[in-house]
Design a protein around this ligand. Structure first.
Ligand SMILES: Nc1ncnc2c1ncn2[C@@H]1O[C@H](COP(=O)(O)OP(=O)(O)OP(=O)(O)O)[C@@H](O)[C@H]1O
Length: 249
């Protein structure tokens, strides 16, 4: 069981950004994908999620052997794909507790009824918010409106826990977080991996790897995979940067 791309080639408008990308995230493992600015990391994350701006010219995306290349985003999400965004968006007018309730209802396939809030879910969410280093009253605020960068990331983790996807893509999970925030998110990623989720962490620096041990590391540059291995690649990048990879191409 895995999230896979096979020869994935993606354009934005006329420009080809990803070139024949083959990667595989198995359940219960964490793959860390690293690359310099502009190498195509966000393009990969949004292509996996099915953003219409990113056109797949060649290749496919498989989720547990099902071809999801042409499916809309909501179907991918219902099949078990989650994305934690680099910059979570603000949703004025929608309280976080309501969003969490709606995600839970959708997940449990109940009919959506805005007036019926599950009190047990809200107690659970308040406790989880505390574990994530948030004040529980944040549930009564509009989603991400006026949240600090770190609060946005932590609130998104809370939503992810309710969504309970099989595979989770984390786009720059360590950006905008202080050291305690990175540790909390890192520990959460570890527990998700240990519970059998497939984790794809997309990042350009190695902060998060102080807390998350990678099963595999992939390096991309200019839209192509240029190296594959283990933890040693992270050390190499920390020491020498991406210069060698960019010069080879
Ligand atoms: N609409 C567009 N038209 C032309 N080029 C684009 C467009 N959108 C993205 N690109 C280019 O695609 C390349 C990859 O962008 P992407 O955002 O995926 O990189 P990234 O690895 O996530 O970068 P960063 O680490 O800086 O966030 C960049 O060179 C970018 O300028």
């Amino acid at each position: 069981m895995a999230l896979e791309t096979i020869d994935l080639t993606v354009n934005v408008g006329e420009k080809q950004i990803l070139n024949n990308m083959n990667l595989k995230v198995e359940k219960g493992e964490a793959l860390i994908l690293m690359g310099p600015n502009g190498s195509g990391k966000t393009t990969l994350a949004f292509s996996l999620l099915g953003h219409p701006k990113y056109q797949i010219n060649k290749g496919k995306i498989l989720l547990d052997n099902n071809d999801i290349t042409d499916l809309p985003t909501y179907q991918r999400a219902l099949m078990g794909l989650g994305l934690a965004f680099q910059n979570p968006v603000e949703v004025p007018g929608l309280m976080l507790s309501m969003l969490i309730n709606a995600i839970s209802m959708k997940r449990n396939k109940s009919d959506f009824d805005i007036s019926s809030i599950d009190p047990k879910l809200i107690i659970w969410a308040r406790n989880k918010a505390k574990e994530l280093g948030l004040v529980p009253s944040i549930l009564e605020r509009e989603v991400n409106v006026g949240f600090s960068g770190g609060e946005k990331k932590r609130s998104e983790m809370l939503q992810m826990l309710v969504m309970d996807p099989k595979y989770i893509i984390f786009d720059e999970p360590d950006s905008g977080l202080d050291v305690d925030g990175i540790r909390i998110i890192g520990e959460l990623i570890n527990s998700l991996r240990n519970s059998g989720k497939g984790i794809l962490i997309i990042t350009h620096h190695a902060e998060i790897t102080k807390f998350v041990y990678p099963d595999k590391v992939i390096v991309i540059s200019k839209g192509k995979i240029v190296d594959e291995g283990g933890e040693e690649l992270i050390k190499k990048i920390e020491e020498y940067g991406y210069k060698d990879y960019e010069e080879v191409q």
